[in-house]
Design a binder for this molecule. Structure first.
Ligand code: WT7
Length: 644
């Protein structure tokens, strides 16, 4: 039994009530139609709630038309809330600037006009490669306004990774900044764009001057934001777009070396983002200050910084910096200063704060906090309790939200005013969502503690509509394992005896590092693209802080030289090479140079055995190996794993 039932005070004021479960159970489509009308302003009402006749290609709110930017900005001004702060922007330096909904309306209109003057029209793709600055949010909303799908690429990805995404999405314009602040220093950003763009479809590069560092400039291609946007007209008419018009593409890692461009569309996505932000985060737009610490380069930033909270007219903090700079108390300084009442962050951050010690947050007044959220990976019960006690004053409900880039919005989570919390579990599907756990044969599990696969059994409004340019991969990846109507999430899961769902991590070759998704295959192909590497195998090993960490095993090309002779220098070079090919977040924690990799007789690398080594476990069953001595060779060779 849970010790964490909601207090009556909290339950009384909560947006999401228990009745939502009954309403959703009574009629799935009617429930979502009601949410679509409650949370979204439609220029033209829809006539069909769900068309699932072409499964797995869903259409939601068919016939409806809306403009997402109008919903996230203009309608709040029209309702008389133009003076409400939309964004408390906190720069990396700690300096703050508040942007009202009326300000945001002007900025989005100007940016939309500027993008159009650069040739962007409805349907064109715009790549966004920017730090966490207001212009990034403005750019996304301006694209939504025009109906030009954005493709945001995390600023930590390399030029190569950016190029691949520009090419795959055939972006017409790239929006970036000269540089970005990292731990007090101005670092280049546009240089990666300069490397990525040549030879692609991108015709123009729009550049925000953020740091003032020197940049190379191509007059025929590059345009300063302050030249194009600042003088543009503040009037821009928001045209309605069809409910199924593409809103954005966001790349995420799959089980192959090629990232998947996850496609999201307009009406269903906005409905579920706004609804979940309202009932799960319990946002009261008139009084709350909400802060989601994600980067806009990930889906959490899309759904819970840009679209959900702004559709709800919330006031939020947008923070440019990192948790450790200018000092380790910066998060709590921000919470105190802006009286943040809802904080949504990742378990890896919580574990880092734990490691730094409670003396740091204890120095600040965190009494404004009333809801805490967790996202991206399972939160271990110890971190959960620390989060609740130290940050949540021992009383704030924690909403542990399970979802994915593909699901677009929160799927499993407690409702903070209804659910008795269970630390470490994201508990149940929220009202309107249907999740089950299936065994290998596709039969639903009925007993607690049996391990199976998490599936979603009914379509939901913010579901992905496909993989950009690859409908076959879409069907194969998500709808074939238990298909054709059950969505396979790729996560292992079990029930406890109270019926709570526990997510046990990925069952495919996808790793979750600090809540960021990376594929073993992507890092392997980065490694083998180095001239000295003949073969590589990457596994996700458990890590105390980051959840998982990438551990690589490589075989070198020059068999003449022994691994030791190449030593640390080569390992450093290989790590940097991965940083260049993908981005610093993909650098393996350690790289072990080995003579052989464990393979089955058919040549498949047995990652399970490598995982045992990487996690310092007794190596499991080696009977299917082609050469059973390989594992002992590897173990002998890597008693001192190299890392930095
Ligand atoms: C994978 C999705 C959700 C947006 C950020 C990550 C894992 C996510 C939880 C949670 C346990 C979680 C799953 C999922 N995951 N949230 N609350 N508890 N696991 O999005 O990069 O698409 O990764 O993150 O393994 O499949 P993503």
């Amino acid at each position: 039994m849970s010790d964490y039932a909601p207090s009556t005070e909290f339950a009384d004021q909560a947006v999401g009530k228990a009745g939502l479960f009954d309403e959703a159970a009574a009629d799935h489509e009617a429930f979502w139609a009601a949410r679509a009308h409650e949370y979204v302003t439609w220029s033209k009402d829809f006539d069909t709630t769900l068309d699932w006749s072409d499964a797995p290609f869903a259409q939601w709110f068919v016939g409806g038309e809306l403009n997402v930017a109008y919903n996230c900005v203009d309608r709040h001004v029209d309702a008389g809330n133009g003076d409400r702060v939309a964004l408390h922007f906190v720069a990396a330096s700690g300096e703050g600037r508040s942007i009202s909904y009326a300000d945001l309306q002007r900025e989005v209109a100007k940016a939309a006009n500027a993008l159009e003057s650069l040739g962007v029209a409805k349907g064109d793709r715009v790549a966004v490669y920017m730090p966490m600055i207001p212009e990034a949010v403005v750019t996304m909303l301006a694209c939504a306004r025009i109906g030009a799908p954005h493709s945001v690429v995390f600023g930590g990805f390399s030029a190569e990774a950016l190029k691949a995404r520009i090419e795959d999405g055939e972006a017409k314009v790239v929006v970036t900044s000269d540089g970005q602040f990292r731990k007090g220093k101005a670092m280049p950003l546009k240089t990666a764009v300069d490397k990525a763009v040549p030879g692609t479809t991108a015709e123009k590069v729009l550049v925000v001057q953020r740091t003032g560092i020197d940049v190379d400039w191509d007059d025929s291609r590059d345009v300063w934001w302050h030249d194009a946007v600042d003088g543009a007209s503040e009037e821009h008419e928001a045209q309605p777009h069809g409910s199924e018009h593409p809103l954005f593409i966001l790349y995420t890692s799959g089980t192959t070396g090629k990232p998947k461009g996850i496609l999201h569309t307009t009406g269903g996505y906005l409905t579920q983002c706004a609804y979940t932000n309202s009932v799960v985060h319990d946002v009261h737009p008139e009084s709350d200050v909400y802060w989601c610490t994600a980067d806009i380069g990930w889906v959490t930033g899309h759904s819970y910084i840009v679209y959900g909270p702004l559709a709800n007219g919330a006031t939020q903090v947008l923070y440019e910096g990192t948790p450790d700079s200018p000092h380790q108390g910066i998060f709590w300084e921000i919470v105190e200063k802006y009286k943040v009442s809802i904080l949504y962050t990742a378990p890896t951050a919580v574990r880092t704060f734990m490691k730094w010690g409670r003396e740091i947050p204890d120095k600040y007044d965190l009494s404004s906090i009333r809801v805490l959220g967790s996202v991206g990976e399972p939160i271990n019960p110890e971190a959960w309790r620390w989060y609740r006690d130290v940050i949540g004053g021992g009383s704030a409900p924690i909403v542990d939200t399970w979802w994915q880039t593909e699901t677009g919005a929160i799927m499993n989570s407690p409702l903070p005013g209804v659910t008795a919390l269970e630390p470490g579990s994201s508990q149940r599907a929220i009202p309107g969502i249907h999740a089950e756990i299936l065994d290998d044969e596709g039969q639903p599990l009925t007993e607690p503690e049996q391990v199976g696969y998490l599936v979603l059994t009914k379509p939901w409004p913010s579901m992905l509509r496909g993989i950009w340019g690859d409908p076959e991969r879409y069907k194969e990846t998500y709808w074939s394992r238990f298909g054709p109507k059950y969505y396979f999430a790729g996560d292992g899961a079990k029930y406890d005896e109270d019926g709570n769902i526990w997510i046990l991590g990925r069952v495919d070759d996808v790793m979750n590092i600090s809540g960021h998704r990376l594929s073993t295959a992507e890092i392997e192909s980065a490694l083998v693209s180095h001239k000295q590497v003949a073969e590589a195998a990457v596994v996700g090993a458990s890590d105390e802080t980051t959840g998982q960490a990438a551990v690589a095993f490589v075989i070198l090309r020059e068999h003449g030289e022994s691994a030791d002779a190449q030593g640390d220098e080569l390992v450093t070079e290989l790590r940097n090479h991965v940083g260049q090919e993908i981005g610093p977040i993909a650098k393996p924690r350690s790289i072990m140079v080995v003579d052989e990799l464990p393979k089955t007789r058919s040549g498949k690398i047995m990652r399970r055995l490598l995982k045992d080594v990487a996690e310092n476990r007794e190596v499991g069953d080696v009977s299917t190996l082609a050469d059973s001595s390989v594992m002992s060779q590897i173990k002998d060779g890597i008693d001192k794993p190299s890392s930095d």
